[in-house]
Design a protein around this ligand. Structure first.
Ligand SMILES: Cc1ncc(COP(=O)(O)O)c(C=O)c1O
Length: 351
């Protein structure tokens, strides 16, 4: 029987991350680039208070969250739109920018959501490759731009490679394709402090996605936001539903913004202590890895299967990710100093 749905949709496969068995009481979760320790008490308390306040029967209302985010990002409130995680921001931008048959440039390998959304819209996708030594393929991206290009994705930093993209390269791409939405994914912004949020007026085709899922430690409540020129935000609001962001997400994000120190302290420990420790071990052990600007490293040990099994036995989950040539690797989230010491110990004993 033929499907009631569009043929290209039925031919796709689902984006299905390996979520099963991820029990934080049983494992140290270094497999999803999450914050590896819980959020601070005031955030939990705000959620409990909200539930006890008997407002769950009401539709969400968003108060001043957009203004607070604008303040945090140094932009105008009209340049901000809240979303159900940055995944929703990515989906809305792709849907609003491009129609079936349009051309998109999505350098790879990268976060699966971009190509997933592009496939849903039936876009023609060019995928220039990141390289370990060359980083973001700026020249290939610029060379791929045509009049039919409606979307260009720049993950800064890229996932799984951790590659940082130079600011001047992002702006050169934006200038070279004024007809295209240039989606700059700043999901890991708090780790990198790298942003083009100050360029929204100069480059009106820049559309930035950000999230509370990483350093803020709130992927479970699904809260993200988009930054772009006010006209773009107005257009995107025509596509987003009025209640797509749930009220618990707003309560948690408000409490998080009231208590930013827990995030700053975590970022400091991960980036200034834990990450150098892991890098130092990898350098000493001669294990190849990509230079990363974020809280994860993409490494290529001799036997990926043996190492991931040994880590799992020791209570540590990591994520297998092969490179573009099919070479097996592991994407390892960096957690606290203690967690990283344990990781290194298991790696040392595996040899
Ligand atoms: C580059 C990148 N963008 C977006 C996301 C999704 O974030 P969110 O939880 O806000 O949807 C991830 C999650 O891993 C990611 O790595």
């Amino acid at each position: 029987m033929s499907s009631i749905f569009k043929p290209h949709i039925t031919r796709m496969s689902a984006y299905a991350p390996p979520l099963e068995g991820r029990n934080p009481q049983q494992f140290t979760l270094l497999d999803f680039n999450e914050r590896t320790i819980p959020v601070s008490e005031p955030i939990k308390q705000a959620l409990v208070d909200f539930i006890r306040g008997d407002r769950l029967q009401m539709y969400p209302s968003y108060g001043d969250i957009t203004e607070r985010l604008a303040d945090y990002c140094g932009v105008d409130a009209g340049q901000v739109m809240i979303t159900n995680g940055s995944d929703q921001g990515i989906d809305l931008i792709v849907r609003a920018a491009a129609a079936a048959g349009d051309h998109a440039i999505i350098p790879g390998p990268s976060f699966a959501m971009y190509t997933q959304c592009a496939a849903v819209e039936n876009l023609r996708v060019s995928e220039p490759g990141y390289t370990r030594s060359g980083g973001f393929p700026t020249a290939a991206v610029l060379a791929s731009i045509t009049e039919a290009t409606r979307l260009i994705v720049i993950a800064n930093p890229n996932n799984p490679s951790g590659t940082l993209v130079a600011r001047e390269d992002i702006l050169a791409v934006a200038a070279a394709a004024p007809q295209a939405a240039v989606l700059v994914d700043e999901c890991y912004f708090e780790y990198t402090q790298a942003t083009v949020a100050d360029q929204l007026a100069a480059h009106e085709n820049l559309v930035i996605t950000r999230t509370f899922s990483k350093t803020w430690g709130l992927p479970s409540v699904r809260f993200g936001y988009v930054l772009s020129a006010a006209d773009n935000i107005r257009a995107l609001l025509n596509v987003r539903g009025p209640y797509d962001v749930n009220q618990l997400a707003i309560v948690a994000a408000q409490a998080a913004l009231d208590n930013p120190a827990y995030t700053r302290e975590y970022v400091r420990e991960v980036m200034e202590q834990a990450k150098p420790l892991l890098e130092q071990y990898l350098d000493t052990a001669g294990i190849d890895y990509w230079p990363s600007g974020a809280n994860y490293l993409w490494l290529f040990p001799q036997d990926v299967t043996v190492l991931s099994e040994r880590l799992k036995e020791a209570g540590i989950l990591v994520r297998p990710k092969a490179d573009a040539d099919g070479r097996p690797g592991l994407r390892v989230t960096i957690g606290t100093l203690d967690q990283t010491r344990q990781l290194v110990e298991v790696m040392k004993s595996t040899g």
